[in-house]
Design a protein around this ligand. Structure first.
Ligand code: FDA
Length: 308
């Protein structure tokens, strides 16, 4: 793993820096490059603006690794509110959440109960809950939990998962999930993983990404191809067109504030695109992972700050 990437990932877990950054006004200003705001209303306004440009949205209330059951339940309340507001305002949006934000580290049973309640709410408004994928210590538990929730007949199609192409195990995981027709978001993976679990070389991560995309596109289930990498996007388009796969049967997904030009260009070409819109006070770990992906973002953000 390149040094800068691992440095930023290490910094993303530094709690002192995190407390300082999240409370400083400079930190909060910097975060606005990748975070849609601090309040639910900011996120809903961002979603409406993106919808007006033909982009679908998934809303993420930032937070991970909560330390008390009360915090976990509070996080879930925000998501209940989001699902209600999406229905009420008729937004083209669903939600994405993290299991560690729902208490997974405290009690997997608590996390399951909370997420089950949220999926139930999504069923009522014909919406969808995406369970993000975190570090490899959570992979199996996340897959198991999503499969159990999806096995409840009324939940089918209302809960989905994320698979990371950097993990060596992902092809068999996808086969298991597809046997249950579970919707998958495919991404490369944003955490620091050891080489026995994850491919250390970008070319292998990318090669696996393309291979897994082909499996997803021919599965007959609606999936999300989540990447800003033009090589991955071109390979997806090419494979779809060569195999007469209707572009309406999958979507591209990208992060808020990243490659907005590409997001709009894909919509103009007739592809479905969903933007992942994070919001909230707890932006620091998310923000640092975005710097890890592209250390040049530091320069970019510094320039933006100087201009203000
Ligand atoms: P790659 O990192 O190879 O970058 C390709 C090109 O994209 C770069 O050269 C640059 O041009 C552009 N780019 C990428 N990241 C950028 C950034 N931060 N700023 C500016 N430009 C950038 N991960 C995970 O582990 N679990 C999850 O649940 C999710 N969920 C998720 C949802 C969605 C909608 C997306 C798009 C991504 C995720 N991810 C994720 C993150 C993902 O794993 C990955 O870290 C990033 O998407 C970066 O990988 P790329 O595929 O974009 O390619």
């Amino acid at each position: 793993m390149p040094l800068l990437r691992s440095t930023f990932i290490a910094l993303s877990r530094n709690s002192r820096l995190r407390n300082f950054a999240e409370q400083s006004s400079l930190g909060r200003r910097m975060s606005s490059r990748f975070v849609a705001g601090f309040r639910i209303d900011d996120a809903l306004a961002a979603a409406a603006a993106l919808n007006a440009q033909g982009l679908s949205v998934t809303l993420d209330s930032l937070g991970e690794n909560v330390t008390t059951p009360a915090e976990a339940r509070q996080s879930a309340e925000v998501y209940h509110h989001l699902l209600d507001s999406i229905a009420h305002s008729r937004l083209d949006a669903n939600v994405s959440l993290k299991l560690t934000q729902m208490g997974m580290d405290l009690s997997p049973a608590l996390a399951e109960e909370i997420v089950s309640g949220l999926v139930g709410r999504a069923v009522q408004s014909d919406n969808f809950v995406r369970v993000d994928m975190e570090g490899s210590g959570y992979t199996q538990a996340t897959i198991d939990l999503v499969r159990r929730l999806h096995a409840v007949p009324e939940n089918r199609g209302h809960v989905g998962i994320v698979i990371q192409s950097y993990l060596r195990r992902s092809a068999p995981d996808i086969a298991t999930l597809l046997a249950n027709r579970i919707r998958i978001r495919l991404c490369k993976g944003a955490y620091q993983e050891p080489p026995d679990l994850a491919f250390p070389d970008k070319k292998d991560v990318d090669g696996n990404y393309v291979a897994l995309t082909k499996t997803l596109l021919t599965s007959g289930v609606f999936h999300g191809i989540a990447t800003h990498d033009e090589a991955m996007i071109d390979a997806t388009k090419r494979f779809a067109s060569e195999n007469a796969i209707d572009p309406a049967t999958f979507e591209f997904q990208m992060l808020y504030g990243v490659r907005r030009d590409l997001q709009r260009a894909l919509v103009a070409e007739g592809y479905k695109v969903r933007v992942y819109v994070p919001f909230g006070d707890e932006w620091y770990p998310y923000f640092m992972r975005r710097l890890a992906e592209r250390p040049a973002n530091v320069v970019f953000i510094a320039r933006q700050m100087l201009r203000k």
